[in-house]
Design a protein around this ligand. Structure first.
Ligand code: 5XR
Ligand code: SF4
Length: 303
């Protein structure tokens, strides 16, 4: 405990010395969330980053999120505290999957979930989040859409828009959200009969069918006010985040072991060392950054 308090003090001091801020994703360890200046979902964090005058951004989240922050803030130094903080789902999609799909469907626009690498974003016409995917895909002037990397989100979008969605890669998924099953839904309803279910769109379709709301982590925070008791179908640490924001409400994890290893690769010690040694700097080659930025900006214009 003392160690944590001491690290927190050192981090506070280094933040001032370096003119730095810390951004943390909602899935970060509680003690990392506690030292952050902003906690949110990846897009909120990247947009937040453009509004601060700090010179250095320590990004406590996985690599694609830090890349997005760098793409939107090319003049700032973006640091990721541990290079192993990576997203298994984003890594499933390779440029070759997109090129293969484009060969088969040359007129179909490429739409990528923000949970994708900068390199693949450079091949996207537009990026989307779970919240704006449906709207943006409806607006695109094509009935066939190449979409990746999350197949569950692709399924949801296909259902709502009626468009033909070509998933790239064929079986892209998040292993953390894939873990939730119908048994978890049934247990939740049995144990917490008065609670509503908040479900992340990366969960399987049969789990989504039982959701009261289907939302990103940012959406969970915005909509928690609608009810007093919730079962949370997403990464475990989200319950810490929600409970801290709404101390008078009840939040239960649908599964204790829904843990994202990439997110947990960052500890408070890493955050401290990151500021102390100014490591590890996130770089995105300019030709990739420029194209990826266009796809992200198009999303911001369209939503
Ligand atoms: O997929 C994640 O790891 C988390 C999340 C979120 O809800 O925060 O889906 N990431 C965001 O980038 C997705 C926004 O729609
Ligand atoms: Fe990637 Fe899933 Fe972890 Fe989110 S929870 S960072 S989608 S592996």
């Amino acid at each position: 405990m003392e160690k944590i308090e001491e690290l927190k003090r050192k981090i506070e001091k280094l933040k001032k010395d370096r003119n730095a801020i810390i951004l943390a994703h909602n899935y970060q360890l509680p003690e990392v969330q506690d030292v952050a200046d902003f906690v949110g979902d990846s897009l909120e964090l990247a947009r937040r980053a453009t509004k601060v005058d700090a010179e250095v951004i320590v990004f406590a989240g996985v690599d694609f999120m830090a890349e997005t922050a760098k793409i939107l803030n090319p003049d700032k130094i973006v640091l990721i505290p541990n290079k192993r903080a990576t997203c298994a789902m984003a890594n499933m999609l390779k440029v070759k999957h997109i090129l293969e799909a484009k060969k088969k469907y040359p007129n179909a626009p490429v739409v990528l979930y923000v949970n994708s690498t900068a390199e693949t974003k450079a091949y996207a016409d537009v990026t989307v989040t779970s919240a704006n995917a449906v709207d943006i895909i409806k607006k695109l002037n094509s009935d066939v859409i190449i979409f990746g990397p999350d197949k569950n989100l692709a399924h949801y979008v296909a259902k709502v828009t009626g468009k033909t969605i070509i998933p790239v890669p064929p079986e892209g998924h998040c292993y953390v959200h894939k873990k939730f099953t119908i048994e978890d839904v049934e247990r939740a309803k049995r144990l917490y009969p008065n609670a509503k279910l908040m479900v992340h769109p990366e969960c399987n379709p049969e789990v989504q069918e039982h959701a009261d709301i289907i939302v990103s982590t940012g959406g969970m925070i915005r909509r928690a006010c609608e009810w007093d008791e919730w079962v949370v179908f997403t990464e475990r640490e989200m319950v810490y985040r929600l409970s801290k924001l709404y101390p008078n409400k009840k939040f239960y994890p649908a599964k204790e072991d829904a843990v994202c290893v990439g997110m947990k690769a960052i500890t408070l010690q890493h955050v401290y060392e990151s500021l102390r040694d100014m490591k590890y700097e996130v770089t995105v080659p300019e030709e990739i950054a420029e194209k990826a930025r266009k796809a992200i900006e198009r999303m911001l214009e369209m939503s």
